[in-house]
Design a protein around this ligand. Structure first.
Ligand code: PMP
Length: 427
């Protein structure tokens, strides 16, 4: 039993000693004290089925025993910075990670977060090409430091940083986008940005395969090959941000970009890579990696033995437990069941996504697509009361984000949909 401080005590400390900008879900925030695989437990021992996984962060399951064993053993042996000496943990994990990448993507740089990974990727693209302009997609989220906040394209997440050389292309959003699913029309915007907004040369293009924070928006099929082609003709590098979609989550493939049949020049990752441990990475080709030899590049903790021992254990668990296959099978089943729910509830405007990266968009009018912002908050509260935690996001904050740990079962999927059904009926 838990004998730590109560939710009220923690909330009081948080209000006094932590950032006033911190936010939380639910009118009465949950005090989560323990996690086991797809379940989270609050201070009263109440169990919740976790369909958000700390924002697609926990891929193998909360406190997965193999991963706990690996990091515990490493913590007992050595906790250290990354540089100065040789250690096998970072080399072993880099090798294992590279084996998951297509083409010539073989050199790994480790970071502590997704932001750091994308900052590094953008800097490398600028150095390699000698150009400055970066194209990202409207509605994207890439991080909260200077270059990545510039690339991020939702006003909610943007402070007053100088957006040097960033252009935001029309979002190839099949549900709300101006051109429907017409990939060619969206890709033309990338061409026009280059022609009208730059010297004709760009440093690169960055995009998620499925926008996570943006509300599980799958970029239109056929768009990425066209956009990559256009950007490469302008001398730019193509960066795939796999922070949410990567690591087996989409089910059909290990990486989100693979669902579009493209091979990026640089891939960035975080979240799922560490199953809850702070870890990020940039993977690129040996040729592009060379740019960092022009100066000294250094990251004290990026790829430290503790985190990389955990990362290697994550990859082993994904393989051993066939979690990509599970994401495909159970994710497809869950999506079908959510589509069934859409037939019943007028408020569901769209069901989308792949594998265990699914979105359910709530609208008060299907024709006008009016975002059901209050309704989604109420539905989330009802679901929480019935023991299910889900995420929410999208530009209007009206999309359920369903990104469970990849060990989520068919029974979990049924329970999840039944609970969502009741919650929507209660509105
Ligand atoms: N890219 C994507 C697609 C993300 O979803 C996020 C985090 N929400 C980031 C980058 C930034 O990662 P971090 O919060 O670890 O800096």
């Amino acid at each position: 039993p838990y004998d730590g401080p109560t939710a009220a005590e923690i909330a009081r400390k948080r209000a006094k000693f932590l950032s006033p900008s911190l936010f939380h879900f639910y009118s009465k925030p949950l005090n989560i004290v323990e996690g086991k695989m797809q379940y989270l437990y609050d201070e009263h021992g109440r169990r919740y089925l976790d369909a958000f996984a700390g924002i697609a962060t926990v891929c193998c399951g909360h406190s997965h025993p193999d991963i706990v064993d690996a990091i515990t053993a490493q913590a007992k042996r050595l906790q250290h910075s990354t540089v100065l000496y040789l250690n096998h943990a970072i080399a072993d994990f880099a090798e294992a990670l590279a084996s998951k990448m297509p083409g010539d993507l073989k050199v790994v740089f480790f970071t502590n977060s997704g932001t750091e990974a994308n900052e590094l990727a953008i800097m490398m693209a600028r150095m390699y090409t000698g150009s400055h302009d970066i194209i990202s997609l409207r509605n994207s989220y890439h991080g909260n430091a200077a270059a990545t906040m510039g690339a991020t394209a939702q006003k909610n997440w943007k402070f007053n940083v100088i957006q040097s050389g960033v252009h935001h292309a029309v979002n190839p959003d099949p549900y709300r986008g101006a051109f429907g699913s017409d990939a060619e029309k969206y890709a033309r915007d990338v061409k026009e940005i280059i022609e009208f907004g730059t010297t004709g040369h760009v440093a690169g293009f960055i995009s998620e395969a499925i926008q996570g924070v943006g509300g599980i928006v799958e970029v239109s099929p056929g768009y990425l090959p066209l956009a990559y082609d256009t950007v490469r003709k302008a001398g730019g590098l193509c960066i795939a941000d796999e922070v949410q979609a990567g690591f087996a989550r989409v089910g059909s493939y290990f990486w989100g970009f693979e669902t579009h049949g493209v091979i990026p020049d640089i891939v960035t990752m975080a979240k799922g890579i560490g199953n809850g441990i702070p870890l990020g990475a940039v993977v690129t080709t040996p040729e592009i990696a060379q740019v960092l030899t022009r100066r000294s590049y250094f990251n004290t903790f990026g790829g430290n033995p503790f985190c990389t021992a955990g990362g290697l254990a994550v990859l082993k668990v994904l393989d051993k437990e066939k979690l990509q296959e599970n994401a495909f099978i159970v994710g497809s089943y869950l999506k079908d069941r959510l589509r069934g729910l859409q037939e019943k509830h007028e408020i569901i405007g769209d069901v989308r996504g792949t594998g265990f990266m699914l979105g359910v968009e709530l609208v008060t009018d299907r024709q006008l697509k009016t975002p059901a912002k209050d309704e989604i908050c109420r539905a989330m509260e009802h679901m929480k009361d019935m023991g299910v935690l889900v995420g929410k996001g999208g530009f209007y904050g009206n999309v359920f984000r369903i990104t469970p740990p990849l060990c989520f079962t068919k029974e979990d999927a049924d329970f999840f949909v039944d609970v969502m059904d009741i919650a929507l009926s209660k509105l």
